[in-house]
Design a protein around this ligand. Structure first.
Ligand SMILES: Nc1ncnc2c1ncn2[C@@H]1O[C@H](COP(=O)(O)OP(=O)(O)OP(=O)(O)O)[C@@H](O)[C@H]1O
Length: 554
């Protein structure tokens, strides 16, 4: 990216007037701005007024004869323009990229905001504030002390600068590019939407494609070691079929080891997905005429880790997650359009498939008409079973998507939904057994690698992916001996050795596992005693007897 241009090529004595004239002309005459930019760079400045005179003649010609054609013809002969609408993610790429360029702040007018888009909440910029670094550099450790220094933490968002509406010119890899930010035409009552026009000289858009590609890479690299989560949302609440994906979160990748489940079960799912995503697998499927898709069903009571496992798997596999629910007044057309808008490689998390129309069992011997009637009845509530099956089967035609459906009531689901090809692997999530309860205890009180990495930047024995799996040995889980490496826990240091914790965890697991609790319940209890495993053990009796206060009583 090089300097931006300004329209200041007229002679010095009348610089202001000339600049004003050129500004009017460039607004009136398409393509003129590119000529002037180029000429101010390569030609003698004194030639610029001739462009102005030429433009006035063309303008007069157009006005006199009311003909728009010559302008368009001229423009299409010498420039090439790409249109990018704000409803498309490419818009985010470009706005993010442009916000990183000097052009955005050097222009006479620019937009300051926490979003790089305009009225649409398509993507919200993540704060660039580095909490870990700030914490490390801080001498303070009390809440009051810290909150005095960082009292704006929770409100802090990165501030972005983007060009205001209008056309800006800049040079990209030696080529002139015109960047126009303007409003899309809209029907009365429609929401305001923006678009970007990217123009370059010549009829080949090669340089525009390069720029967009670079913008995409810049945008995606910014996600870095984070998992992007998209959720379905309705941009126009009135229109029931208009549903779009909206980026709702970008979280640090969750290590798989932080999801406490049976290790074999976890690894089986991971290996299954890895195998499916392997580049050669796709060809293997197509050579055999098998639709290249993979479906999973995560079933179990609420709070047993279904969503957590999904997020952790997305982190390990470097995939984005697209979440939608059949609960949220979704229509068939809406769901179908969401599935059409998915990128090739991603995880689609379809929550609560047991809702509404999906719970009816398809009884054997049911007449076709009966099925139709039932589908119609359930369609009025949302999505019919056959509608969902069609949409899921449609995923077969796309590439490399992983469909994960979740349910709390597998017994209610129709066998048609569960058949292989739609659900290839079922993963059952249950109440915490002894091992899981013990694992949750250790997960809270042991020093994990990330605690140490924050403090001791020198200890980086594992690659990112290894650390996401909990070390190079996946079976070992997240726990790292505190004694071996030293603790970075600070105020969370409870002073227990690894052996002591192990003994306490075993006792805790043995007691708690008989109570039929979900991992979420156990985690919730332990979080109240973050700094003291002893107190957590002591409080068990009261918890069992219901004397534990879960709510704040006024
Ligand atoms: N197996 C687990 N290991 C670690 N944490 C867990 C586990 N199960 C639940 N949790 C914790 O409990 C909370 C809720 O978990 P999660 O959302 O994954 O449950 P879920 O099964 O998807 O629930 P729902 O069916 O209500 O969506 C999260 O904070 C998560 O960290």
């Amino acid at each position: 990216m090089h300097n931006t241009t300004s329209h200041n090529g007229f002679g010095a004595p009348n610089a202001a007037n000339s600049a004003a004239l050129m500004s009017i002309l460039t607004n009136l005459i398409p393509g003129l701005s590119l000529f002037t930019s180029l000429s101010s760079e390569y030609l003698n400045a004194s030639t610029l007024p001739y462009f102005g005179i030429f433009a006035v003649i063309i303008l007069a010609y157009g006005v006199t004869f009311g003909i728009d054609g010559p302008f368009q013809l001229l423009k299409s002969c010498v420039t090439c323009t790409a249109e990018i609408r704000s409803t498309d993610e490419v818009y985010n790429y470009l706005m993010y990229w442009i916000s990183k360029q000097a052009l955005s702040t050097e222009a006479a007018q620019f937009v300051i905001g926490t979003k790089t888009n305009s009225s649409l909440v398509y993507h919200q910029a993540r704060s660039d504030f580095d909490f870990d670094k700030e914490l490390d550099d801080s001498e303070e450790s009390t809440f009051n002390g810290l909150s005095k220094t960082y009292r704006n933490w929770d409100r802090m968002k990165a501030i972005r600068y983007t060009p205001a509406a209008g056309t800006k010119h800049f040079r990209y890899r030696g080529y002139w590019i015109a960047f126009t930010r303007c409003e899309e035409n809209r029907l009365p009552g429609e929401q305001r939407r923006e678009k970007i026009l990217l123009s370059c000289f010549g009829t080949k858009p090669r340089i525009i494609k390069k720029l967009v590609q670079e913008a995409q890479i810049t945008y995606l690299e910014r996600e870095g070691n984070r998992t992007a989560i998209y959720r379905s949302h309705r941009p126009h609440p009135g229109a029931s079929d208009s549903v779009e994906w909206e980026k709702c979160a970008s979280r640090p990748r969750r290590p798989l080891s932080t999801v406490v489940l049976d290790e074999d079960q976890k690894n089986m799912v991971l290996h299954d997905m890895e195998e499916y995503l392997h580049p050669s697998t796709r060809r293997w499927y197509s050579n055999r005429g098998i639709p290249y898709r993979r479906g999973y069903l995560f079933c179990g009571p609420p709070g047993t880790g279904k969503t957590s496992l999904c997020v952790a798997l997305a982190g390990v596999l470097h995939l984005r997650i697209y979440v939608t629910s059949l609960n949220s007044n979704m229509t068939e057309d809406g769901l179908a359009s969401l599935f059409r808008d998915l990128p090739p490689r991603c995880i689609v998390l379809l929550e609560d498939v047991d809702s509404a129309g999906m719970t009816g069992k398809r009884e054997t011997g049911l007449m076709e008409k009966d099925v139709e009637d039932r589908d119609k009845a359930s369609a009025t509530k949302g999505i019919s079973l056959s509608g969902l099956l069609n949409i899921i089967d449609g995923v077969a035609s796309s590439e490399g998507q992983i469909l994960i459906m979740t349910t709390n009531h597998i017994e209610k689901l129709d066998t048609a939904l569960l058949r292989p090809g739609r659900v290839d692997l079922k993963v059952r999530f249950t109440h915490a057994d002894k091992d899981v309860a013990q694992g949750l205890f250790l997960a809270i009180y042991s020093t994990v690698e990330a605690d140490i990495l924050v403090k001791k930047s020198g200890i980086k024995g594992h690659s990112v992916d290894d650390s996401l799996l909990g070390g190079s040995d996946r079976s070992k889980g997240p726990v790292v001996g505190r004694d071996a490496i030293g603790s970075g826990l600070g105020r969370f240091d409870h002073g227990k050795s690894e052996e002591e914790l192990q003994i306490m965890a075993e006792r805790f697991g043995a007691v708690v596992s008989s109570w039929k609790l979900t991992p979420a319940e156990i985690q919730g209890y332990l979080l109240k005693y973050k700094t003291s495993p002893e107190d957590a053990a002591k409080g068990l009796e009261a918890w069992r007897n219901g004397e534990e206060k879960h709510e704040i009583i006024a």
